[in-house]
Ligand binder design. Sequence first.
Ligand SMILES: *Cc1c(COP(=O)(O)O)cnc(C)c1O
Length: 467
Amino acid sequence: MHDRTAGLSAAARHAREFLGGLDDRPVAARVDAAGVRDALGGPLPDRGEAADAVIDGLVAGVEPGLVATAGPRHFGFVIGGALPAALAADWLVSAWDQNAAFHSLSPAAAAIEEITSGWTLDLFGLPKTASVGFVTGGQGANTTCLAAARHAVLAKAGWNVEDDGLIGAPPMHILCGERAHATIDTALRQLGLGARTPIRIEADDQGRMRPDALRDALSHAAGPTIVCAQAGNVATGAFDAFEPIADACTAHGAWLHVDGAFGLWAAAAPALRHLTVGVERADSWAVDAHKWLNVPYDGAMAIVADSDAHVAAMGLAGPYLVADPGQRDGTNYVPESSRRARAFPIYAALRSLGRTGVAELIERNCAQARRMAERLGAIPGARIVNDVVLNQVLVRLPGGDDANRAAVAAVQRDGTCWLGGTTWNDEYMLRVSVSNWATTDDDVDRSAEAIARAAQAVRGPAGAETL
Ligand SMILES: *Cc1c(COP(=O)(O)O)cnc(C)c1O
């Protein structure tokens, strides 16, 4: 007799406890990895343990090393938490343990991928015929989309990159905004295109690629060409100007990819949609669900207008694989073969919010970013560096790079909230991202006060420069 549910009650109890304390626990971890290793490491025991004892022991050991990234006052990176429906569906992904590679392995997973694809394309206003791959994150989405791009531009030049590889292929041109996300470089590296090959197109002070500079660079780039634009710069939240960029790409016959890991969600919010005008004219789009849609890790979408190019780049072919004609085999749109059914929590998140709920979430976080900017801008000597058009705020405190670094460390130590720093236009500064469904205005105010205290502590009681 197998008790398949042994451990689930313990897990549910611990999850409730953790989630119940998420609003109040210090945001940062209390120990580093060594602390967790000390508690849980050592040689693999000879004898196994009961499931509930394993869960109890695991929780006790990792608890001090957990970061409240899912909580309402983690403003580092671009994170997001987990909507209740998405979290619950995510548990079922594991309980059901479906393999989302093939329709024959899970008609349910195939159907949910299809439904979720349709909802997503509709929300973003993208072509209904585009195909969607359910990948692990923005990195996987950028890689998948750029693999489709690589296929399409080389096929147009008479080269089959899937069969013949890149050795001897016609030379390609890759053009990226100079503020493209690091995962674009990684994607190019993984695809054999090289992280150093892109022509970097000059950007303005907000990180937006300059369309005139792109036009100029394209005029010198004959042959297969891929352009990478961005919806939502990871520091400033700024959007490239898609209309003139799409015009230039159309005129040149270039593939236009848009990295919209979090920013593409602006297209789903009426008050912010103006930022994404023209984005639907691109050929591919990368977007995360685990950031701003507040789905647990990992969940993201690689969207490609030309689904033939998508499948040509990612499709799995092998003699033992049974494809059901006319049915969706999810593996054809992603790098993986076997894969968890990660569309379920995305479906649940979208269904629990509805169209208006998605818009409300995105617009609320942006209003909270403006509120944060207002509070932080009132700190003596502080300067808001970016145009707060989305959910990102950059603030430079007085006293130079070292003082700003010390302030970031002081905020993290204080534990009220967590944020990171970044270097933007040669200055180090504090960086805030508001992307959690549970963040309240009070969380913003409490966090702004903690940041003001850190700024004051770094400057010293009399406002003297101590660093
Ligand atoms: C976060 C981010 C990525 C990478 O996404 P992951 O989900 O971390 O893989 C790519 N591009 C942008 C603009 C991002 O903000």
